[in-house]
Write a protein of this length. Structure first.
Length: 264
């Protein structure tokens, strides 16, 4: 064999080997990357600020009992999550409109809402607490008799309770139920003397009045259960959320979060 032909043969072998190696390399995948790519990502609707359940951090990332719980469930069940800020009364429309996949934002399981979405097993229970300015002579008897201008967040169970038990029964004029886009605005209205009282979820009230000249005057025992909402028909997702929640409810991490966010 001549030197010329030998050189050509060697070059041919080198090229073939390189091509073969390239084919093998393109088919192989980094296991970590594969797992990440295969994990589904679900968009979770929240309404912050709603301490201690949903809190918007200074860096723009949400924290809180609900968000930490969802991250824990996602890790255990093998999916990723992204949180999206949405006004509370728009959460269910956003869910049913396909803009988000889940609602995890201190949402009470009610018959009306169950007609629109499916809920997970309950994970927290609240009642409705009334707050006033320090020094106010307003009593719970006054509130229950409809003798106060009350503020709360639009679409919440406090809003529903006041309307059903005071306005619809003729005890309170409808104009005395003041709606706010979030609880922070309602509290500001109270501090400024524009309303007499604010009614809201009992677990949240401690955070709401911290450092403010406000005080609790009583609680209405409504026994509301919070749940995670999913679209009707998303049965596999609901089953996965229920499984993760059940694990969470029996894990020491739940008590860690309760202590972290001063929920008891």
């Amino acid at each position: 064999m001549s030197q010329k032909y030998l050189t050509a043969l060697v070059l041919c072998i080198v090229v073939c080997c390189a091509a073969f190696a390239g084919c093998i390399g393109s088919d192989s995948k980094n296991p970590a990357q594969t797992d990440a790519e295969e994990k589904p990502t679900y968009i979770v609707g929240i309404d912050a600020p709603y301490p201690p359940f949903s809190i918007m951090g200074k860096d723009g990332n949400p924290t809180g009992f609900d968000t930490d719980t969802m991250l824990w469930i996602a890790e255990k069940e093998g999916f990723n999550v992204k949180f999206q800020q949405i006004a509370f009364d728009s959460l269910i429309p956003a869910l049913n409109g396909g803009k988000i996949d889940l609602v995890h934002s201190g949402m009470t399981i009610t018959p009306d809402r169950m007609e629109q979405v499916n809920f997970s097993i309950p994970y927290w229970t609240v009642n409705q607490t009334v707050i006033v300015r320090e020094g106010s002579t307003l009593t719970m008897d006054d509130v229950l008799a409809g003798k106060a201008t009350i503020g709360t967040q639009t679409g919440t169970t406090a809003d529903i309770w006041i309307d059903k038990n005071l306005v619809q029964k003729g005890l309170m004029d409808k104009k005395n139920l003041k709606h706010h886009t979030n609880i922070a605005n309602a509290v500001t209205d109270l501090e400024n003397g524009n309303i007499d009282a604010v009614m809201f979820d009992s677990t949240v009230i401690n955070d709401v009045i911290a450092g403010k000249k406000l005080q609790k005057i009583g609680t209405i025992d409504t026994g509301e259960n919070f749940g995670i909402a999913v679209r009707k028909g998303d049965d596999k997702l609901l089953a996965m959320i229920d499984d993760g929640l059940e694990k969470f409810m029996n894990d020491p991490y739940r008590e860690e979060l309760i202590q972290k966010y001063h929920m008891e």
